[in-house]
Structure formats: structure tokens, C-alpha cells
Design a protein around this ligand. Structure first.
Ligand SMILES: Nc1ncnc2c1ncn2[C@@H]1O[C@H](COP(=O)(O)OP(=O)(O)O)[C@@H](O)[C@H]1O
Ligand SMILES: [Mg+2]
Length: 254
């Protein structure tokens, strides 16, 4: 990894950096360090939350937790393709503590992702330093979750797809065009804010969820985003630009 590029692994540190910009707050789901109390409170408030390793990639170790009501599935969680139900918070928390690794986790308000052919999807927004050393949004791509999974990651059974196709089934063409520019703008604001806290960052990949009101939510900001996901698209123009910029700042060899 080139020495001149900063990577930030802690999701909580990156979230804290975004929250320092007031204009970004509306896009960041409520997030806290995970413990018995924050998990219980967030389940009471939001009913569905995501529990994730503070340092992690590829959707590994990500757990979706729900508070559903009364009876034998009052609480529920899924990690990987395996889901389990519980009668009480205490029983659920005990099993969750077994299922997770012994390292810091965060708990985040869950977003009910839009679906395409019955599969959840979110969007990856790639923002890079261009040849003039200015931030530029170079690519947006959709990622469809494996039907049995709760994460959309390519390395976890997800399928990358043209963003316009996924958005197209939820909004008319004019709205879709506006959504694409809004996502580009959101990428730029996020990149600028990230560089205030982490000056050596040269590329970021935002994981953006859309809820049923079409509000965008930043689920995480990757400082080591995979450029090759864009290679799967038939139109290679985004991929070529992503690679050109990545070579220019020395992330991949020329
Ligand atoms: N708050 C959330 N609401 C809904 N889905 C989420 C949430 N957080 C994560 N996910 C899903 O899990 C995936 C992986 O989570 P992410 O925070 O991006 O961690 P990783 O670093 O492992 O990619 C996301 O791309 C998304 O599909
Ligand atoms: Mg991610």
C-alpha cells in the first residue's frame, strides 16, 4: 500500500468525522458503540438495527437484529444466512454475544433497503482525487444482496448492477437523473469532510442505502474501496476512469 495514502479502519471514527459537518448529519443513521444498553435502547426506538464489527470488511460479521413483538420470536437476529428467534432481550443478547467476536462493535439504526426482484440493494459511490488533485465522483454502482443474506457486499454473495437499472424501478426517469446528481454531490461533500479529519485520504467509497421515501443514508465510508467492482459493468467508461485516477495517485501500479 503506498505510503502517501491514508486509510481509516474504525467505522466509529469515520462516523464521528462525518457528524462534525452539520449538513451531513441528515444522511448518517444513528450510530453508537454496541453494548447491552445501546442495543436495547436502539431496538426500542428503531425496531431494526445493524450490529457490525467496528473494524471489518466484505460484510463479514454483520448482524441484523429486530424487535418484533411478543412470543417466541419477540427478538430475532440474522448473520450470514442463518436466522434465530428469541423470547426475550436477555436470551437474544446472550446468543448474540456468543455469535460475535470479542472485539468492539457498533450498533446502527437499520435502514429498510429498497428491493429489486425481491433482493435488497444499496449503492456504492466512488469518489477520488482527480488529476488536478480535486475530489471527483467517478462512479456509482448498485449492489444487489444475495436473496438469503442481509448484506449487499460483492464478496458476500452480492451482485453488482448498473445503478440506473435499480433506481429505474422505483422512480421516473427525471427523478432518477436528479437522484444520480444528488448522490454525486453527497459523495463530494463526504469526501471533503473526510479530508478535514483525515488529510491523506485520496479515495473513498460510500455505501449508500435508499429507504422507501428515497432518502439516502450513508451506511459506511470505505477508505480502501475496491476499484474492480466497476469492471463488471458492460460500459467500461467508469471503470477506466477509476483505474486511471487510482494509478495517478499510486494506489495501483502503472
Ligand atoms: N444500518 C444499516 N441498515 C441496513 N443495511 C445495512 C446497515 N448497515 C450495513 N448494512 C448492510 O450491510 C452491508 C455491510 O455493512 P458495512 O457497514 O458496509 O460493512 P463492511 O465494511 O463489512 O462492508 C452494507 O453494504 C449493507 O448492505
Ligand atoms: Mg461496506
Amino acid at each position: 500500500m503506498p505510503k502517501n495514502i491514508t486509510r481509516v479502519t474504525s467505522k466509529l471514527r469515520k462516523t464521528a468525522a462525518l457528524l462534525r459537518d452539520e449538513s451531513l448529519r441528515a444522511y448518517v443513521p444513528v450510530t453508537a458503540r454496541m453494548n447491552r444498553h445501546t442495543l436495547r435502547n436502539m431496538l426500542d426506538t428503531h425496531r431494526m438495527v445493524y450490529v457490525k464489527p467496528n473494524v471489518g470488511t466484505f460484510g463479514n460479521g454483520v448482524i441484523r437484529v429486530e424487535k418484533r413483538g411478543e412470543g417466541k420470536d419477540a427478538y430475532w437476529f440474522q448473520s450470514g444466512a442463518k436466522a434465530r428467534s428469541f423470547r426475550s432481550f436477555a436470551a437474544m443478547f446472550a446468543a448474540l454475544s456468543q455469535a460475535k467476536a470479542r472485539r468492539p462493535y457498533l450498533v446502527q439504526k437499520g435502514i429498510h433497503l429498497l428491493k429489486h426482484n425481491g433482493r435488497r440493494f444499496d449503492l456504492r459511490v466512488m469518489v477520488q482525487h482527480n488529476l488536478q488533485q480535486r475530489w471527483e465522483t467517478t462512479g456509482i454502482i448498485g449492489r444487489l444482496a444475495h436473496p438469503k443474506k442481509i448484506v449487499t457486499n460483492y464478496h458476500n454473495g452480492g451482485t453488482p448492477m448498473k445503478a440506473e437499472t435499480l433506481l429505474g424501478s422505483h422512480m421516473p426517469a427525471a427523478r432518477r437523473t436528479r437522484m444520480m446528481s444528488r448522490l454525486k454531490q453527497l459523495g463530494l461533500s463526504t469526501a471533503r469532510q473526510m479530508s478535514r479529519s483525515f488529510p491523506g485520504v485520496k479515495e473513498i467509497g460510500l455505501d449508500v442505502a435508499l429507504d422507501h421515501t428515497l432518502h439516502p443514508w450513508i451506511l459506511e465510508v470505505n477508505t480502501n474501496p475496491d476499484p474492480y467492482i466497476f469492471r463488471v459493468l458492460k460500459d467500461k467508461s467508469m471503470f477506466r476512469k477509476v483505474i486511471r485516477y487510482a494509478k495517478a495517485y499510486g494506489r495501483i501500479r502503472k
